[in-house]
Design a protein around this ligand. Structure first.
Ligand code: IMP
Length: 430
């Protein structure tokens, strides 16, 4: 029995929420370790749709413990409204089923303001962030001026930390002709939510250590995807955290040896929200058709996702960088009925061939995809629950992907419901 980290192998939105929910049936604990409420995970359970951003996907299952690790940036107001929203759907969130690391940095209203201001200044070169203050909150963490969950317990300390923080941010806001913020604008709402947030706070690393010793099965739930990783993604069009499996240890306090299997969630085609390079993007009718069938609209911002063919070069890169043991292939059914399908097997740039995506932002923007074409399948794969029910051509598509990305399929998701899942290899017992 091993602990599993689930991460996205493309640009996010691969369907992690559903797979984590499915796997959490066999896990005792689900842990978020990076990102914040920029993430959007949609779960459909017994006909009820849950849209989660910050809460670990395990929260909708009774008897599971959900943990938010120190690598996550928390907007306290967003967390409490998400807790209230799932409460209305019958999910009760208490310190019995949710614990938050006391060393989590907080996202404050000033971070949102600075995020939106920075995007406006970037103009055409904007990143297309979710505008939720994620980047500025991580900047404050690295700059060692972040306000953390544990600081909520001490009003004097909190006030003085906010004063220090505002010296920096107000200088930026003034330079951009924006209204500076006052200490009380930040402090008052924090003090109002402090008791509630603190009721969930604890040293999560310590809890994880004892859960591990007790032999509990732990599932680490990543957000975004490898191509949005701040180091390995399509920089600067990335999020501000590391999205690799390695981030699960840093962002939770669980030692490296505590994670035995990395499951990469991979969509059967490619999507991206926000700006940045996307070599296999389809700006034609085919892209629009994929987007429509796949319902490719952001859970968090509602933005239409850009759609394109499967990029085997990028996913192979993700498999290697993140040490992915097996993939969960999702949304295969969206490709049902296409006459033919293309898979990107390499790039061409300036007379040179690449079997990886180089780091240069100029080359990333200019590479031309090299495609291989395969026939599609007229039959439906939607909701299929056994490998033998899949059309032969769909199996050929999967096998070719496995070959090109140098990694095998462990799970196949054929629809949004929990039950629409074919298990090939169980990550927990691999
Ligand atoms: P930020 O994380 O809000 O700073 O946004 C940085 C980039 O990451 C933008 O291109 C966002 O669209 C993208 N991004 C952030 N979170 C997600 C996600 O959960 N899914 C897909 N893209 C995301």
């Amino acid at each position: 029995m091993t602990n599993v980290a689930v991460i996205g192998s493309q640009w996010g939105d691969e369907g992690k929420g559903k797979v984590v929910d499915w796997l959490s049936e066999r896990a005792h604990v689900v842990v978020r370790f990076q990102g914040g409420h920029n993430a959007g995970h949609t779960l459909v359970v017994d006909g009820v749709t849950y849209k989660l951003s910050l809460l670990p996907s395990g929260i909708v299952r009774e008897g599971k413990l959900s943990l938010i690790g120190n690598g996550v940036v928390i907007d306290p107001a967003a967390l409490l409204s998400e807790i209230a929203a799932v409460g209305k759907l019958g999910v009760s969130v208490t310190p019995d089923n949710l614990r938050i690391a006391e060393n989590c940095p907080l996202i404050l209203p000033v971070h949102r303001k600075v995020d939106q201001m920075a995007e406006a200044i970037r103009g055409k070169g904007k990143i297309g962030t979710t505008g939720r203050g994620i980047g500025p909150a991580y900047e404050d963490k690295v700059a060692r001026r972040a306000i953390r969950v544990c600081d909520l317990a001490d009003e004097m300390l909190l006030r003085s930390k906010i004063e220090t923080l505002l010296v920096y941010h107000n200088a930026l806001l003034k330079a951009a002709n924006a209204e500076p913020m006052t200490v009380d604008e930040i402090l008052a709402p924090l003090l109002a939510v402090a008791p509630k947030i603190l009721s969930f706070a604890m040293p999560v690393w310590l809890l994880l250590d004892s859960l591990r010793r007790e032999g509990k099965r732990i599932l680490f739930e990543g957000a975004q995807g490898i191509m949005l990783d701040v180091d390995h993604g399509t920089y600067p069009y990335v999020t501000s955290s590391n999205t690799l499996a390695g981030a699960a240890t840093v962002g939770s306090g669980m030692g490296l040896s505590g994670i035995g299997y990395v499951l990469g969630i991979t969509k059967a085609y490619t999507t991206r929200v926000g700006s940045g390079p996307f070599p296999t993007e389809l700006t034609d009718d085919i892209g629009a058709k994929i987007g429509k069938i796949g319902n490719e609209f952001g859970t968090v911002t509602g933005r239409a996702r850009r759609c394109g063919w499967f990029d085997a070069v990028l996913v192979r890169q993700a498999v290697k960088i993140a040490g992915i043991h097996g993939i969960a292939l999702t949304k295969l059914d969206v490709l049902d009925g296409f006459d033919s399908l293309k898979i990107c097997i390499g790039y061409r740039h300036d007379g040179k061939l690449y079997d990886y995506l180089p780091a240069s932002m100029k080359i990333q923007a200019e590479v031309e995809p090299i495609y291989e074409e395969m026939p599609g399948w007229p039959e439906s794969t939607h909701g299929k629950r056994s490998w033998v029910d899949l059309p032969a051509q769909a199996i050929k598509y999967i096998r070719r992907i496995e070959e090109l990305i140098e990694c095998q399929v462990a799970l196949l998701s054929t629809g949004p419901k929990r039950e629409d899942t074919i298990l090939v290899r169980d990550p927990f017992v691999d």
